[in-house]
Every structure is written in C-alpha cells, then in structure tokens.
Design a protein around this ligand. Structure first.
Ligand code: URA
Length: 300
C-alpha cells in the first residue's frame, strides 16, 4: 500500500483490530458516524492520492498509544503485577458504605464519559452483595439476564459463580460482586447476544470500580477473566499466565482466574481444577477453613 496519512491510519486501524481479535474480541461496536466514515473511505483514499508529479504529503506525527495503567514493576512475563496505590478520583459522599455505593450507582447512570459512549445500553447494573465483604469478585459486564434482573451474575455464568462461592464455604450474599463495566455492551440486533466490553468502555467505568474497592476495602479481589484483569491491572497477558498468584492492586491482593462462562464453554475437569486451585489460594489468604475434601475437589 502506498504511504499517505490515510493509508497509514488505515494500516494502524487494521493492526489495532487484529490485536483486539487476538485478545479474544469478536465484536467491535461502531457508532453510526464511524460507520459512515468507513463507508466514505474509498472516496477519501482517492482524494488522498498525490496528483502526478506532486510529492506525497508528509507522514503524520507518531501518535502515542494510550497510557497503560502504571505498574511499579513491569514484572517478568507471567509474573505478579503491582499497581501502586493512588488516591481514588471519585470520592463518594455518605455516612455508611451502603450510602456511598448507592451514590456511585446513581452517579454512573449520568456520568458524561459513560453516556458519551453510545455503545453501551441504557440499563445500569451496578453491584450486589455485602458492602463489608472480605472477598470481592469483579467480572466483565452484565449480559441479557443481568440486564433483565438489574443484578450482576444472575445468568448461567452467575449461577456457576454462586456454586463456586458455596464450594468455598461462603454464601453469595457474604461477598461483593461487581463488574468492570456497568452497562451491557450493545451489538446490532442484540437479542440475547453479548459482547466483551471495549477498552474505551472499561476506561469510562474504571473510576467507579476503583471507588467501590476503596469503599468496600475487601481483603482479596478475584478478577474473573482477562477483561477484568486487564481493566484492573492494565495487563494484556492471558489468564493462563496471570492466574494462580497474587498481584497487588494498591494494598489489595488480587487473584486472576478464568471467567465462569469460560468454564461453561470448556467443561474439562482440568480447567475447573485450575479455577479451584486459584480459589484455594484465596481461601488460604482469607484464612478460611479448608477440609481435605475441599482440597481434593476436581482431582481425577
Ligand atoms: N458475566 C459477567 O462478567 N458479568 C455478569 O454480570 C454476568 C456475566
């Protein structure tokens, strides 16, 4: 392809989309404006062609990639990630944790940064569980059932999460369950279809999640799946390399494990065992009792 600002931008777009596909994203939501701009691209490409005898326009300046979340030690691949403590950007008013969380839930519904993204649907699904929980689970984004019921993790993946929590000897209500994105990502002809949230959607909701962590002050966070891990730790590593060790999100130890919907798709005992090993480490960290029977779950 000849080099011109438009061609270079197009090549950068293709690279970006390929990276996202390699990261597991199957959908990219495009606003009507972006769809129109893509439709008009052939005309722009023709117009950008230098007239015969004229020099090609100067290449555009390098655009810096978006800042990754700061990690104190970039860490060896597969090693623990440390996100240094930083003051929360959103400080919720209220006398109790519950009041502060309610304020956040109301605020996110009219947050201009979130609303500017017309790629998210209207219904807010904030969080559920105990504001004093010792253990917090962070998932990806609500799906169809969560949107209907207004509560995170109530569909098939949520039912599996509830069983995983029970296997730890806890009740779902004792834990705090939230998502990195508070609205269901939109897709054309939505029906029951869901998609992973984009980086922009995660970035728009991140301050709310960090404020939730600051309010609840869990002793351990479990990030369910690569999207939650990427949103919280800024790491693009796959779950297989991040799991089974504690990372640090400020002062809070954070375990990454596979998302329950991955376990619904991949029913191998070995994958269930991996998640269970991660949860055993969490139980040890919380000093929860572990019986020999629990230690042996999912071993052949
Ligand atoms: N998957 C998620 O990540 N979150 C939900 O709330 C439901 C399914």
């Amino acid at each position: 392809m000849p080099s011109s600002p438009v061609h270079d931008a197009l090549a950068a777009l293709v690279r970006h989309l390929e990276e996202r596909r390699a990261g597991g994203e199957e959908w990219v939501w495009l606003s009507p404006k972006a769809r129109k701009e893509l439709r008009d691209l052939p005309k722009v490409l023709v117009a950008a062609r230098p007239a015969p005898g004229k020099p090609a326009p100067a290449p555009p300046k390098e655009v810096a990639p978006p800042e990754p979340r700061v990690t104190a030690e970039p860490a060896r691949p597969g090693g623990p990630v440390t996100v240094p403590p930083s003051p929360p950007k959103l400080v919720a008013p209220g006398a109790s944790k519950g009041e502060k969380l309610r304020w956040l839930a109301e605020r996110v519904a009219d947050c201009p940064e979130v609303r500017a993204l017309d790629s998210l649907r209207e219904t807010r699904v904030f969080s559920t569980g105990n504001p004093d929980a010792r253990l917090m689970f962070v998932g990806e984004a609500p799906g169809a059932e969560e949107e209907r019921q207004g509560e995170p993790f109530v569909g098939p993946a949520g039912q599996l999460l509830t069983r995983m929590i029970a296997a730890m000897g806890l009740q779902r209500e004792e834990t705090y369950i939230t998502n990195i994105v508070k609205f269901r990502p939109a897709v054309p002809n939505q029906g029951e279809s869901n998609r992973k949230p984009t980086r922009e959607e995660m970035a728009a909701c991140l301050d709310f999640v960090l404020a939730e962590i600051e309010i609840v002050k869990p002793e351990v966070i479990v990030a369910l799946g690569a999207t939650a891990a990427c949103g919280l730790l800024g790491s693009e590593e796959p779950v297989g390399r991040l799991r089974n060790q504690f990372h640090s999100l400020g002062e809070v130890p954070l375990m990454v494990t596979f998302h329950p919907s991955y376990l619904l798709r991949n029913t191998n005992l070995s994958e269930r065992r991996k998640v269970w090993e991660d949860l055993l480490l969490v139980m040890e960290r919380l000093q929860l009792p572990i019986s020999p029977k629990q230690r042996a779950f999912f071993t052949a």
